[in-house]
Design a protein. Structure first.
Length: 258
């Protein structure tokens, strides 16, 4: 079983390196549906897994200068309190109950479907959003409020499901900030995901929903996987990759919901 977890970490790491899709979209449903890990434990373990993985990536991005620190801070202002409150409300005394597990599973399924759509149709969504983004003198204030709300929404969803800080977060940022280079928004999203996933992961750890042995085993495979995936990313057709991964995420999401 440990060998299978290492292989799973390697494969997910490869996909993350190639496509940029976050570990939550892939690893959490794999742990739940493939290995029978309880939803709360799968989410909690994956949150720390993602936080530790993205910490190294953030250091690399910081050296390249592809991070908008002000934007990352705004997102954190909304997401971190939301993550803490979500942990207290949903993962408190009833965090091991079947009702809470059902909420986590169905929310995870919904988030996978939304992530799949945003991942596959990202360019179309950005193009359609042009008519909805305000252009008046109040634009800056509205965008600021929207950014804070985005952070809060991501805080809730990431804490419950570990999904949302990747493809969904970047898509929303591309819509709100079309003038910022896409690679800077991706770097900003990764940096913001570090404190968010760590805070949410620590909350799960405090409540006992983290498997540390599983976490270590997954990291053994994912670290080399991310490196290799990053090296071969430019050789794989982007459109085909998006459709394949998006279809898989959507199918898994539907299966979790129903």
């Amino acid at each position: 079983m440990d060998f299978l977890f290492v292989v799973s970490g390697l494969l997910v790491g490869l996909i993350i390196g190639v496509s940029g899709v976050g570990g939550g979209s892939l690893m959490t449903p794999l742990l739940v549906m493939g290995f029978g890990v309880p939803p709360a434990t799968a989410v909690g373990t994956d949150l720390l897994y993602a936080g530790l993985t993205k910490t190294g990536c953030s250091i690399f991005r910081g050296k390249l200068g592809s991070i908008n620190w002000r934007l990352a801070s705004l997102l954190a202002v909304g997401s971190l309190p939301a993550a803490i409150l979500t942990s207290i409300y949903f993962l408190g005394p009833t965090h091991v109950s079947s009702q809470t597990s059902s909420v986590i599973t169905q929310t995870l399924g919904f988030m996978l479907c939304v992530t799949a759509v945003s991942f596959v149709f990202r360019k179309r969504l950005i193009a359609l959003s042009g008519s909805f983004i305000p252009t008046s003198s109040t634009r800056s204030q509205k965008i600021l409020i929207a950014t804070l709300l985005l952070g809060a929404v991501l805080g809730v969803l990431v804490t419950l499901t570990s999904v949302g800080a990747g493809a969904l977060g970047v898509t929303a940022l591309l819509i709100l900030y079309p003038s910022i280079p896409a690679n800077h928004l991706a770097g900003t999203d990764i940096v913001h995901a570090v404190p968010l996933t760590l805070v949410a992961g620590v909350s799960h750890a405090f409540l006992g929903s983290v498997d540390y042995s599983l976490l270590f085993t997954l990291l053994l495979g994912s670290i080399p996987g991310v490196i290799v995936g990053s090296l071969v990313a430019h050789k794989i057709p982007e459109v085909a990759l998006h459709w394949v991964i998006g279809s898989v995420l959507f199918a898994v999401g539907i299966a979790l919901i129903f």
